[in-house]
Design a protein around this ligand. Sequence first.
Ligand SMILES: [Zn+2]
Length: 410
Amino acid sequence: MTNLPARARLATALLRTAATLSRVSGRGDGSVIGGRVGLKVEPRLLAMLSENRQVALISGTNGKTTTTRFTAAALGALGPVATNSFGANMPTGHTTALAKMPDASNAVLEVDEHYLPQLLAEARPRVVALLNLSRDQLDRAMEVGMLAEKWRTALAAHPDVHVIANADDPMVTWAAKAVPNVTWIAGGQRWQEDSWACPECGKRLDRYGEYWRCTNCGLTRPSPQWSVDGNAVVDPTGQRAELSLQLPGQVNRNNAATALAIAAEFGVPLAEAVPQLSTVRSIAGRYAVVRRDGRRARLLLAKNPAGWLEAFDMLDPGCPVTLCLNAREVDGYDTSWIYDVDYAPVAGRQVLVTGDRRFDLAVRLQVNGIAFTVVDSFADALRAAPEGNVEVIANYTAFQDIRAEFDRVN
Ligand SMILES: [Zn+2]
């Protein structure tokens, strides 16, 4: 930090002031506005603050916030870690995360998929973890294949970076193969609708269980070095470590495997990294339990078809479930993607439907042959469920509304 040029020091000071002012005036944690101010004063601030640090980047459609938290926890074994733990995953947020922790020699940054090329160029990461790619926010996001190509091109320009990639996702695999040094994870891919065609040649991919290969050009699922077996992670040497995660679902065990692979690359032994993952209980309200009138509601965030499938996998059998759907700007206004999701896993339990677009979801469930009740608000949904556990799956702004109702539960 003391090595920074005067202009960068000034930019950092102004960034912190702006972030603090924004925070005390109740406008969120101030990461975005702080970063904006800092980068205005010194456009190379992100690059300057990344120098002399070991940086890990984590990107993908789903799971990046959780994997970032797991990784930051694991690297905590080595000392302080700079990380954008509030999910501000664009360069403004990254700049703030680094500015707030000037003495942290390690940094773990969650990166929005579209910003990965810029972060590769500016943060000069040691490790990049690529989780998955699937459709998200249909009405404005780039098509999945184009995003994979963007990643592949960006990685090809940085052949020294060590990539940790999900071998189960053909799009991710193809992008990762742009660099020579890849560690492959059996990271899972429950949602396969965005990868039926080979990203290399466009012909059909054959699948046998988790194995996949192109029928034309021979692009094939790489043999994974890290995998999850039951509740244990298996590392490249065959060493097993039992996980004791606070977070539910197969997808979080897979996220843990990726975090442990990054930690191993930074020199944290498996036996030291694994217990650190148990300290992660909830992430900005995700997986948190809120209580009211004898109901204990567990909050699951699901923003896109792949996310909804993963959330269904986490549901307690027989437990009532509330589904909350909004379609505001950050959610995307188009809800047609709900027809891509098979809601069969919620059948046979009490299903309550709420949110701004509850009637869209109601029609979808009717077509899917699932019994449900529409209610006007989340509070009504809780009242309609019997006392005890309730599962809640909400998309982004619906989730934030519920958090706000419970004092921004973390
Ligand atoms: Zn092919």
